[in-house]
Write a protein that binds this ligand. Structure first.
Ligand SMILES: [Zn+2]
Ligand SMILES: [Zn+2]
Length: 277
């Protein structure tokens, strides 16, 4: 049954930025369901005339809206979708890979590592992927900025909160998206946190998707300006690959769990700025 609604385009779901998160809500045009009279259940009969209960599409929509609101997609990416008009000659390969994964996703699929310079649209792409996983497949998915996780853990320690409470959901969820892999100071503690999450998910064969500003080649990886240790007034360029950054143990796990993709192209934030100006 196709309804025409200008608010939701017939999808029944409206997405908006709400505080720091992207928020989903059932559209007003689907507030009442004539199929199940708002019970959320449908009674049908099988070939042998035995009655069975099915979940109504309105209840399924409500469940997916809840999943999306628990996923933690940043507000900025509330309208991120895998639309063809997002595709260009720079991102086509990466874009098509995500479209394929989104279309045929099944639980325990291989993960992805999306690498590229800042501003190439990595987070936009994974946010659009999360939308598909949840609204197309009903797959519980969490978005976690790695740097943000580290600061939440640190502030948790100062309040005596156990780190398990923060890490357990990231280990258990069906699909985990880790944004900004390798960001941080790369201390042994940071590596232990990452290793804990990755090892558990590896053993449980769970799908994990990463974005990173670090790539596998020194030519394309993030260039950082760091102060030299002995001469503080001297700056040098640091070009660490993803492997340098996360260590060989985590790197080889990632290679087993994920396909690696490079997202090329100019900084989209500059392009947006140029378009706006
Ligand atoms: Zn609507
Ligand atoms: Zn219904």
């Amino acid at each position: 049954m196709k309804r025409s609604c200008t608010t939701c385009d017939g999808s029944g779901v409206v997405l908006t930025p709400l505080g720091s998160r992207a928020n989903a809500a059932v559209c007003g045009c689907f507030r009442h369901c004539s199929l199940c009279r708002d019970s959320g259940r449908l009674f049908s009969k099988d070939a042998a005339h035995r009655e069975f209960v099915q979940i109504c599409e309105c209840e399924q929509r409500r469940q997916r809206v809840r999943l999306y609101n628990e996923a933690g997609v940043p507000a900025k990416f509330f309208d991120a979708r895998l639309r063809d008009e997002q595709k260009d000659r720079h991102n086509a390969d990466a874009y098509n890979t995500f479209v394929l994964h989104a279309k045929d996703y099944s639980r325990n699929d291989r993960g992805l590592v999306l690498m590229g310079a800042p501003g190439t649209g990595k987070t936009h792409l994974v946010a659009a992927f999360i939308y598909e996983l949840i609204f197309r497949h009903g797959m519980p998915t969490l978005f976690q900025d790695f740097f943000d996780l580290l600061s939440r853990l640190r502030s948790g320690y100062s309040r005596d909160e156990p780190e398990e409470a923060l890490i357990a959901p990231l280990i258990q969820v069906d699909v985990l998206v880790v944004d900004e892999l390798g960001k941080g100071r790369n201390t042994p503690w940071e590596q232990t946190i990452l290793d804990t999450i990755i090892s558990h998910r590896y053993n449980d064969r769970k799908t994990t998707v990463f974005t990173s500003n670090f790539t596998e080649s020194r030519r394309t990886t993030l260039v950082e300006r760091v102060r030299s240790k002995d001469r503080m007034d001297e700056e040098r360029e640091l070009r660490e690959t993803l492997r340098d950054r996360v260590g060989s143990r985590i790197y080889s796990r990632l290679k087993e769990m994920c396909d690696f993709i490079v997202l090329e192209g100019p900084d989209r934030r500059d392009l947006d700025g140029a378009a706006a100006g």
